[in-house]
Design a binder for this molecule. Structure first.
Ligand SMILES: NC(=O)C1=CN([C@@H]2O[C@H](COP(=O)(O)OP(=O)(O)OC[C@H]3O[C@@H](n4cnc5c(N)ncnc54)[C@H](O)[C@@H]3O)[C@@H](O)[C@H]2O)C=CC1
Ligand SMILES: N[C@@H](CCC(=O)N[C@@H](CSC=O)C(=O)NCC(=O)O)C(=O)O
Ligand SMILES: [Zn+2]
Ligand SMILES: [Zn+2]
Length: 383
């Protein structure tokens, strides 16, 4: 039992007071975990593109003031009533996608989208009492994605906590809480890419590169990376792309370029494509570059409020399939510990995505790095 168990903790957190404004690293209070909740001391947290997206104000579910962050790892400080799956001292990854194993969604076996707490996490509160556990200068601060990891301590639902091997480096496996797991799973779980397939990956940030790594694992014979930032191209080749294309180098729409590049026996198009940008025009190109009759395109990128996807229905009539994935189809509490074990055996890349390391107090600099493009993942250490 820690000496803080049952007490309110005062600690540092990065508070997003308003959309589009810098975060304030300041003292917050974190209430003890209630029934079915776990309080976690965060050790390391990375920034994902989605944190930047919500901070920008483009997320229809964005609530302010809030504590952002959803790609982290830490140690359980205390647990609330009825919590049995973790105990103080356990090493854990908070997961924005819960897995209860008991709700209609979990029991279906058809999806990794758990319905047990989503309605509360979308409203920035905890399920037990529809309230926040965070306060700053007396004001309630919303939770974000049920994780709020830009804080020295956070409270999450038990169904959102994956217990992981305590020998795993927490400042690396935090990336399995979102971006790396999502890209790998999009390929291996959602698309279920077969050996010898051809594929295109749009957007060569962390999520896109993790798709590339997953495609290599699946035995894809051709992996075409697409990114408008030429600074991303060499790294994508190093990750395993057989070709890398900049749409700006071509007069034709990028989907036509890819169809031409993959022409075999009079038909062009990739077997699978992955959209890892969050741009609805790119989503269209990603669908339309797939092969007639069987091409599948997976939407991973998150698009802003009011954005809609479009294509000619004929694209679907002629056999292309449009689908999407959240957290790469992984059932968080069950699959994340396995991913950690696989990472520890060296089965896929994780460390290589960490391009920058900063302290929580430097979080605004970290957001700036994300905007500049040279950064895949910046890991923040608690001060
Ligand atoms: N569905 C899910 O479960 C998840 C979705 N996401 C979303 O996935 C997307 C990617 O995330 P990150 O890799 O962290 O972002 P990132 O910002 O690191 O990577 C995006 C890449 O897209 C490139 N890009 C921008 N415009 C482009 C265009 N027109 N054509 C081709 N490339 C273009 C950028 O240069 C950059 O390299 C984001 O929208 C994020 O919100 C992230 C994690 C989980
Ligand atoms: N809140 C947004 C959509 C945000 C979104 O799509 N989030 C992804 C994860 S992005 C991670 O970095 C996701 O998995 N969504 C499924 C979910 O249950 O949240 C909106 O309202 O458009
Ligand atoms: Zn994310
Ligand atoms: Zn469930």
């Amino acid at each position: 039992m820690s000496d803080t168990a049952g007490k309110t903790i005062t600690c540092k957190a990065a508070v997003a007071w308003e959309a589009g404004k810098e975060l304030e690293v300041t003292d917050v209070t974190v209430d003890p975990p209630q029934k079915g909740e776990v309080r976690i001391k965060i050790v390391a947290t990375a920034l994902c593109h989605t944190d930047k997206f919500t901070l920008s104000g483009d997320d229809p579910e964005g609530l302010f003031p809030c504590i952002l962050g959803h790609e982290a790892a830490g140690i359980v400080e205390s647990v609330g009533e009825g919590v049995t799956s973790v105990r103080p001292g356990d090493h854990v990854i908070p997961c924005y996608q819960a897995f209860c194993g008991e709700c209609k969604m979990c029991k279906s076996g058809k999806t990794n989208l758990c319905g047990s707490v989503r309605q509360w996490t979308g409203k920035g509160v905890m399920a037990a009492d529809s309230k926040s556990r965070f306060k700053c200068r007396g004001q309630d601060i919303y939770h974000f994605m049920g994780t709020s990891t830009f804080s020295e301590y956070t409270v999450v639902h038990e169904v959102s906590v994956a217990k992981v091997n305590e020998k795993a480096a927490l400042d690396k496996v935090c990336l399995l809480g979102c971006g790396v797991a999502t890209g790998l799973g999009a390929v291996l779980n959602t698309a279920k890419v077969e050996k010898g397939s051809t594929a295109a990956v749009f957007g060569l940030g962390t999520v896109g590169l993790a798709c590339v790594d997953g495609l290599k694992d699946a035995g894809a014979r051709r992996i075409i990376g697409v990114d408008t930032d030429v600074g991303k191209h060499q790294r994508a080749r190093d990750w395993g792309c057989t070709d890398v294309v900049n749409p700006a180098d071509h007069d034709k729409p990028i989907q036509e370029v890819l169809v031409d590049m993959t022409m075999e026996d009079g038909f062009g198009g990739v077997d699978y494509s992955f959209e890892c940008v969050g741009n609805v025009k790119v989503m269209r190109a990603a669908l339309e570059c797939t092969h007639k009759g069987w091409g599948q395109s997976v939407v991973i990128g998150v698009a802003g409020s009011g954005q809609e996807i479009a294509t000619r229905p004929f694209q679907l009539v002629t056999g292309r399939v449009w689908r999407g994935t959240a957290f790469g189809g992984y059932r968080s509490r069950v699959d994340v510990p396995v991913l950690v074990e696989r990472y520890m055996k060296g089965e896929f890349k994780v460390d290589e995505y960490v391009t920058h390391k900063l302290k929580l107090s430097e979080i605004n600099q970290a957001f700036q790095l994300l905007k500049e493009g040279g950064c895949l993942r910046c890991v923040l250490y608690m001060d």
